[in-house]
Write a protein that binds this ligand. Structure first.
Ligand code: UDP
Ligand code: MG
Length: 331
């Protein structure tokens, strides 16, 4: 029996697939940036139009106590903005993750809300990106604006971080960067909660290139990264990207054990040859204090790692979204 012709499956109408993805998704983490947000978003929009790119802007309000979120909503009436409000301040790393998870663009640009990185450099970065790099990131051309102490600390931190680390984290890299969709997807697939984005950016790999930029002073407001916050971030970086602080105690312990053995031999020999020598208070006190300090330090280091393991094991989400509104064509 032959099948009637109308029973065959044929496409009825040719379906045109329209790519609704914008060329660029901008991710802007903002914590108390009410004074900067308007100028930043308008500049970003102007630049995207000038570069002839379709775009969306994802503003992540990281628990601001000012009107940052309301500003983003107001701007979303004229610009394709997705405004995301986190339920409290989770830190820039988490705010960036929240932003990245909302992007739909073929490429993603991460940008600070204070426009310290001039948006006029975007064209140059896109040029390199279009030459075939998957990631183009900005590096500071110099650190002349920073105090000598901060420069020394930062330099030392990156040296420590890269000691025995499997990836090379560029020391002067900013978070300001353009990434291909596949890089963003790789970043979003990482399950860890203690995020040190500069490390993760380099860990995922891909073909990268750096573009030096001159930082401008902040438009308004003050830096949100005080010494305490930087120190916390540095600890997260160290504990999530290197294990040498844990392992080094084996080496230190070994050397101290060898030294103690030699010293014990010497004391026994001295006692046998010259008899009992009672003084030695200073040596004993110094040894007890030194070893006690060293033990506390090593326990502290283990504690740092343990606290990260603890927070990973609990599996709490890295951030919680309290509100979200979009005018970027997704309802
Ligand atoms: N930021 C954030 N959450 C925070 C701290 C900072 O989203 O807890 C944002 C901030 O609004 C800005 C960016 O991260 O858009 C960089 O912060 P800041 O300019 O204070 O850092 P700096 O440029 O001084 O390193
Ligand atoms: Mg800044």
């Amino acid at each position: 029996m032959t099948m009637p012709e109308h029973a065959c499956f044929r496409p009825l109408n040719p379906i045109t697939i329209v790519d609704l993805r914008p060329d660029l998704s901008f991710v802007i983490p903002a914590f108390n940036e009410e004074e900067n947000l308007r100028n930043t978003l308008l500049d970003v929009a102007d630049e995207a139009v000038r570069l002839n790119k379709t775009y969306e802007i994802i503003v992540v309000d990281d628990g601001s106590s000012d009107r940052t979120y309301e500003q983003a909503i107001a701007l979303s009436r004229d610009l394709p903005v997705v405004a995301v409000r986190l339920s409290r301040n989770f830190g820039k790393e988490q705010a960036m993750s929240a932003g990245l998870s909302r992007t739909r663009g073929n490429a993603v640009v991460i940008l600070d809300a204070d426009l310290q990185e001039p948006i006029s450099t975007l064209g140059q970065m896109i040029e390199r990106f279009e030459q075939g790099y998957d990631v183009v990131y900005a590096v500071r051309a110099h650190r002349d604006d920073e105090s000598a102490l901060k420069r020394v600390l930062t330099g030392g931190f990156y040296k420590l971080l890269c000691l025995g680390s499997e990836c090379d984290i560029p020391p002067d890299a900013r978070d300001y960067r353009i990434m291909d969709r596949k890089v963003v997807d790789a970043l979003l697939a990482l399950p860890e909660r203690n995020k040190f984005m500069k490390g993760l950016f380099s860990w995922v790999g891909f073909k990268s290139c750096a573009v030096p930029i001159e930082l401008r002073p902040r438009q308004a407001g003050t830096t949100k990264f005080g010494l305490r916050r930087l120190f916390r971030l540095a600890l997260t970086g160290l504990t999530s990207f290197s294990t040498w602080p844990l392992r080094i105690w084996t080496v230190i312990g070994f050397f101290i054990a060898v030294l103690s053995m030699l010293f014990s031999f010497w004391i026994v020999l001295k006692t046998l040859v010259w008899g009992v020598d009672v003084p030695g208070f200073a040596t004993i006190t110094a040894a007890i204090c030194f070893l006690g300090g060293l033990q506390l330090l090593s326990i502290g280091v283990i504690g740092e790692y343990l606290s990260r393991v603890f927070s990973e094991v609990k599996q709490r989400p890295g951030y919680i979204v309290s509100e979200e509104l979009s005018s970027a064509g997704r309802g």
